[in-house]
Design a protein around this ligand. Structure first.
Ligand code: APR
Length: 242
């Protein structure tokens, strides 16, 4: 297997997707038929879906909470937490995953681009999003204790914009001039923007780009290096840090 050496003049940006959490037993998005209880996921995980049937959306997320709650970080998560410990501010991890496993594994320099499954916010008032691990009973739509509005999962739904602050944080890291850039995408099909475009940004900045994926994702050709394999097996041995 090709290996990646990170010296003192290099910074590393990692983007992870469902293929990393798959090693912890959490199903990927496009592995199946894209349906959940015969509903297209894009429909349920959307503002329109929430307006139409908020209790259906809460059933979907309550099931995902219940499914993800017992899952533990895998060797891939732990390897990336180790890279951060060795690289410090020369490392940044942007994840599309909402299961929180990177944080459990010890990652702190972390941007949760699509939100977090175990965080809830009010769909009406500006109260701060808050930790909420509850899998709500069937038919429940929890209401805000402050304004009475419907509570919603703190997830970026299809058709919603990512948090500008998250994108700025990734952009600043990409644009740094003090070190050489390496960008690595792990376990993502490259189907969803803007995360799917990070590789182009990295290449435009002269960065070296790596893809680690179980099978050749649609955007594999856009990377300088492609390491095919399971993330939990590949990552621990892939990177050596000076
Ligand atoms: N190791 C490495 N790669 C894997 C593994 C594994 N064990 N299992 C699956 N993969 C790869 C698949 O080959 C696929 O290319 O991980 C990728 C997962 O792709 P998706 O299911 O599309 O997940 P992701 O790319 O994270 O989806 C992005 O889409 O549905 C939205 O918001 C949701 O964050 C999600 C976004």
């Amino acid at each position: 297997m090709e290996t990646l050496r990170i010296d003192k003049e290099t910074r590393l940006l990692v983007l992870t997707g469902a293929g990393v959490s798959a090693e912890s037993g959490i199903p990927t998005f496009r592995g199946g038929n894209g349906l959940w209880e015969n509903h297209p996921v894009e429909k349920v995980a959307s503002p329109e879906g929430f307006r139409e049937d908020p209790s259906l959306v809460w059933r979907f997320y309550s099931q995902r909470r219940a499914g993800a709650a017992p899952c533990k970080p895998n060797p891939g998560h732990l390897a990336m937490a180790e890279w951060e410990r060795k690289l410090g501010d020369r490392f940044l991890l942007a994840t599309q995953n909402v299961d929180g496993l990177h944080r459990v594994a010890g990652s702190q320099r972390l941007v949760e681009l699509h939100g977090n499954l175990f965080t809830t916010r009010c769909s009406r008032c500006e109260r701060e999003p808050f930790e909420d691990r509850l899998a709500y009973p069937e038919g429940t739509v929890p209401l805000c204790g402050q304004c009475g509005g419907k509570l919603r999962p703190h997830i970026v739904w299809f058709g919603e914009a990512l948090d500008e602050r998250d994108l700025l944080r990734v952009g600043y890291f990409l644009d740094r001039k003090d070190t050489r850039l390496v960008f690595m995408a792990v376990g993502t099909s490259g189907a969803v923007w803007p995360a799917a475009g990070f590789v182009d940004g990295a290449r435009e900045l002269g960065g070296e780009t790596w893809l680690v994926n179980a099978d050749p994702a649609d955007n594999a050709h856009r990377f300088h290096h492609f390491v095919q394999g399971r993330s939990g097996e590949v990552l621990p041995a892939l990177v050596t840090i000076d």
